[in-house]
Design a protein around this ligand. Structure first.
Ligand SMILES: *Cc1c(COP(=O)(O)O)cnc(C)c1O
Length: 369
């Protein structure tokens, strides 16, 4: 068996290669490369897919996040609540604007423990950043209840959750703004960097259109200090094709995940749990390996031709970038424990049954610790 990579984008590409290639040529030959018809159509289609009035295409998921807080007027002196096991970009989206992240521990579903949020709310709290990690929704009922009670803004980070739901409603539709990354490995992945926001708020959508283009609505008239964060035509055109197949891609990963969950049996391994009310699009299949055996399992799998990754080995509060916040090991023990025990198994579109069988068999044969 060929080495199994943790993710294999070529397989997904090969499923519809001729369509991507035809679209790429069409855009190249059109002579129009930034903010044109492909972007306009993709924005309509993505808003329709998620179920919001507006989508605004941007250059990346990080831009979607930091521009959200910029546009909501959240900056120096303000606090934003975020889970302590988030991806670093979530935290950077907050701190780029000078605001302070207030970390809350994750629960057994690897997402923010909503029952620990209220204790962290102060007069400086302006927003909750709900990160739907690994393809699973946060408890949006409780987050929206708190937001309404304390008049907080809610930004959803849906980078890893393209098309999954909380109580049958698509993520990205609950808060003020839903942020998406279309980085190649994400559910609806571009062929380079890309991102977007969704919202039902006319004025927020309008601000994003201005901010993404140097703060300009009309050429050379700049209303605000914006950014260059435009989604380009090539990516938008290719994303329109990806979007047609997104539900199928998600369903395929669900099938692989269902097999893992049914067939992996090992006393040291805790399989991913799905919160009642949530569904998962299985952006990652993240197991927890107990008793300090995570690294042993990952080397064993590597030696057997199976690649894995860790999402994420260093929680943001312990990263060098955030030393200035003054946290130490022990500040968020659950997030730190997760960083030491999580392991993401290979899961990607176009994964063969033989590869799945092989991974399951190798894990189950791992000498029991
Ligand atoms: C990928 C990702 C981002 C950042 O997206 P980019 O497009 O890489 O800037 C933000 N948040 C989460 C949860 C992500 O997975």
């Amino acid at each position: 068996m060929q080495f199994i990579m943790p993710n294999n984008l070529k397989r997904q590409y090969d499923l519809h290669a001729s369509e991507y290639e035809a679209k790429a040529l069409e855009v190249l030959r059109s002579g129009w490369y930034v903010l044109g018809n492909e972007v306009k159509e993709f924005e309509k289609e993505w808003a329709n897919y998620v179920g919001t009035k507006y989508c605004v295409g941007l250059a990346s998921g990080l831009d979607a996040l930091w521009l959200s807080f910029r546009i909501l007027g959240i900056g120096a002196g303000d606090e934003v609540i975020v889970c302590a096991n988030a991806y670093i970009a979530c935290v950077m989206g907050i701190t780029i604007n000078g605001a302070t992240p207030i970390f809350v521990e994750p629960d057994q579903y690897d997402n923010i423990d909503v029952y620990q949020i209220e204790a962290e709310i102060t007069s400086r709290t302006k927003a909750i950043l709900a990160v739907h990690l690994f393809g699973q929704a946060c408890d949006m009922t409780e987050i929206m209840r708190l937001a309404n009670k304390y008049s907080l803004r809610v930004v959803e980070d849906c980078a890893q959750s393209h098309g999954n739901h909380w109580n049958n409603k698509t993520v990205g539709t609950f808060g003020d703004i839903g942020c998406f990354s279309f980085y190649p490995s994400k559910g609806c992945g571009a062929f380079g960097d890309a991102g977007a926001i969704v919202t039902n708020n006319d004025s927020i959508a309008d601000k994003f259109r201005v901010y993404r283009n140097y703060g300009s609505r009309m050429r050379y008239q700049n209303e605000v200090v914006g950014a260059n964060s435009r989604l380009d035509e090539l990516q938008a055109g290719l994303l329109r094709i990806k979007l047609k197949y997104l539900d199928g891609f998600n369903a395929e990963r669900c099938q692989i995940a269902a097999r893992y969950s049914a067939e992996i049996k090992h006393p040291s391994i805790i399989l991913p749990r799905i919160r009642p009310g949530a569904d998962s699009t299985w952006h990652q299949y993240v197991i927890h390996v107990k008793n300090g055996n995570r690294d042993a399992l990952s080397s064993y799998l590597q030696d057997n031709g199976i690649g894995t990754i860790i999402h994420y080995p260093i929680p943001p509060h312990l990263s060098k970038a955030y030393q200035y916040l003054g946290y130490v090991r022990g500040s968020f023990p659950i997030a730190e424990q997760y960083a030491d025990e999580v392991l993401s198994l290979p899961i990607y579109n176009g994964m063969t049954i033989q590869e799945q069988d092989y991974i399951i068999a190798k894990i189950n044969a791992w000498s029991k610790k």
